[in-house]
Ligand binder design. Structure first.
Ligand SMILES: Nc1ncnc2c1ncn2[C@@H]1O[C@H](COP(=O)(O)OP(=O)(O)OP(=O)(O)O)[C@@H](O)[C@H]1O
Length: 260
């Protein structure tokens, strides 16, 4: 048995679908955006990665999603190294980035179809998957509209569909609800919760909305200045800080000073 197979067997045994080991990222000019962090995410859990502006969340997500490489340390996704086995890692995950990334000049259907081609979804399954998933977010009727005519909430719903079309094991959401109205936020969190429960998809998310994180996440890591300052369930973090809400616990842990 190869080392890779042994590693993967070990991972599946203890169910750690994301393993972050002593991760460091230094940018040119000397900023240490991620400063030796380690944590693990169990398969099937909803994990929230929280921190103030500039804490290092996006930097860590870029490494996790193979967009950037670590200075040292590593991230293993489903047993594969994000810096060395990019394709395997990308196949295992669906990503919704903070900024909208759909092609505005194409229709919703065209955007999604393009993704199924790119990710090798079998040809005879493409239309059905798109129809079922667009239906689930209430947008099948709008499939032939150009994305540039969509509201922010509609775009986000299409982006979540796109992230799921190739049946990933992990869904990565970087501030999925920022700038969206209460109705869309309510809908999206319920949808994410449902996907997680029905298909055992692991969800790794960042958000500045701590109330929403508290409702949806089973485990939370709080990062600031590149370092993890607290980790556990919302209940555990509140108990550690003797606070009543995650928002207050977060402020106690990361401090009350404004960030630049
Ligand atoms: N390309 C870059 N070059 C140099 N420094 C960078 C670069 N990208 C980010 N940084 C710095 O690294 C640190 C972490 O930034 P990062 O964007 O990862 O934080 P964040 O937690 O995602 O913040 P936000 O909540 O505002 O999105 C900050 O000090 C930031 O200024």
């Amino acid at each position: 048995m190869s080392q890779k197979q042994l590693d993967q067997e070990a991972n599946s045994e203890n169910n750690k679908i994301i393993q972050v080991n002593q991760l460091v990222k230094q940018y040119e000019g000397g900023v240490t955006a991620v400063d030796n962090i380690s944590f693990q995410v169990d398969e099937g859990e909803i994990f929230a990665f929280l921190g103030p502006n500039g804490a290092g969340k996006s930097t860590a997500i870029k490494i996790l999603t193979t967009v950037s490489r670590p200075t040292s340390g590593e991230i293993l996704v489903n047993g594969y190294n994000t810096a060395k086995e990019e394709h395997r890692v990308r196949d295992a995950m669906g990503v919704v980035f903070q900024d909208h990334t759909l092609d505005k000049e194409l229709t919703a259907y065209e955007n999604l179809y393009y993704h199924t081609v790119l990710y090798g979804v079998p040809k005879n399954e493409r239309k059905d998957r798109i129809q079922t998933m667009l239906d689930n977010v209430g947008l099948w009727e709008r499939r032939n509209s150009l994305v540039k005519t969509f509201s922010g909430g509609m775009k986000r719903r299409v982006e979540i569909v796109r992230a799921l079309l190739h049946y990933p094991k992990i869904l990565i959401l970087d501030e999925p609800t920022s700038g969206l109205d209460a109705q869309t936020r309510f809908f999206l969190w319920n949808h994410i919760d449902e996907i997680n429960r029905d298909y055992n998809i692991t969800v790794f998310l960042t958000t500045h909305n701590l109330e929403e994180a508290e409702k949806v996440a089973e485990n939370i890591a709080i990062i600031d200045q590149g370092q993890i300052l607290a980790m556990g369930s919302s209940k555990e973090i509140k108990a550690q800080t003797e606070t009543e809400s995650l928002e207050r616990a977060f402020l106690e842990i990361t401090g009350y000073d404004l960030r630049y």
